[in-house]
Design a protein around this ligand. Structure first.
Ligand code: FE
Ligand code: FE
Ligand code: ZN
Length: 276
């Protein structure tokens, strides 16, 4: 089953998200677990979740790729920022269990001058505090562009976080096509080479989802600015090779392109036509 969807607003609850992604022609989706700027999350309504899960079964919608707030920085130097990361992360993972067996994606963080080594160690420490043996959710580290002091611009950094986390059977990776390109991985000219490198460093069995984005920047710009699929530096032919690649084809593809709902519906249809 080919799975394509986009980021959906969570303001109306779970069933509303299911209905919306279905209306846009998608069969997988992403959403923010709470206001992306931080703050408290709404309580989960079990009746809403039950209706949503029924709807997903009926419509064959699968893979929620929940997204942690952008402000969550597990390797922050400031203690209050790190404390928010711990509290929000733990609370989100508890609420994810209402929808068992799904994905929770987060940006590893920015070490803000402490250095990559300390950043990696702090991220693994937070994971050690929030992962628990009974959880059914897989936590995904997102590949980053390497902008500023971001951790996760190199596959080796993701590997190091995984290696230092005790309960790392709960960890996977989400590959963002805009971010890896901006980080210098040439998914246009050498997709096979990039995936071979990913397999060597991290292992393709860890790869669980793809953020399918185009980019405004040149290869290696380390900038992270998403673009609409037809408009960016990645030609549609490269997008086609990504969504049909045997190592990726079975993964959920999530659009995070700058679009309104009509734009997302059009891009979902475009990706379906590229996939064939
Ligand atoms: Fe992200
Ligand atoms: Fe992303
Ligand atoms: Zn991005």
């Amino acid at each position: 089953m080919f799975r394509i969807g986009c980021h959906i607003s969570s303001s109306g609850g779970y069933l509303a998200m299911g209905r919306r992604i279905d209306a846009l022609g998608g069969n997988t989706f992403a959403f923010f677990t709470r206001n992306p700027r931080g703050g408290a999350a709404k309580d989960v309504d079990p009746a809403d979740v039950a209706a949503f899960l029924d709807f997903c079964r009926e419509k064959d919608i699968d893979r929620l790729v929940a997204h942690a707030p952008y402000t969550l920085n597990p390797c922050a130097e400031k203690e209050n920022v790190r404390q928010f990361a711990l509290t929000a992360f733990a609370d989100d993972l508890k609420r994810m269990e209402y929808t068992p067996g799904q994905y929770y994606n987060f940006h590893p963080g920015s070490h803000v001058g402490q250095g990559m080594e300390i950043g990696i160690a702090k991220i693994a420490q937070v994971l050690d505090q929030v992962l628990f043996p009974e959880m059914t959710t897989t936590v995904l580290l997102e590949t980053m562009s390497g902008k500023g002091s971001e951790v996760g611009g190199r596959f080796e950094q993701l590997r190091a976080i995984i290696d230092r986390t005790a309960l790392n059977e709960k960890l996977g990776v989400c590959l963002d096509t805009c971010h890896v390109w901006d980080a210098g991985y040439d998914v246009v000219g050498d997709l096979d080479g990039v995936l071979t490198e990913f397999d060597r460093v991290v292992g393709l069995d860890r790869l669980k989802a793809v953020h399918l984005n185009n980019t405004k920047n040149d290869l290696g710009a380390a900038k992270d600015r998403h673009e609409k699929l037809p408009d960016g530096k990645l030609p549609l032919d490269a997008i086609r090779r990504i969504v049909t690649h045997p190592a990726l084809e079975k993964l959920p593809f999530i659009l995070e392109t700058p679009n309104d709902e009509a734009g997302y519906a059009a891009e979902i249809a475009l990706v379906r036509s590229l996939h064939g």
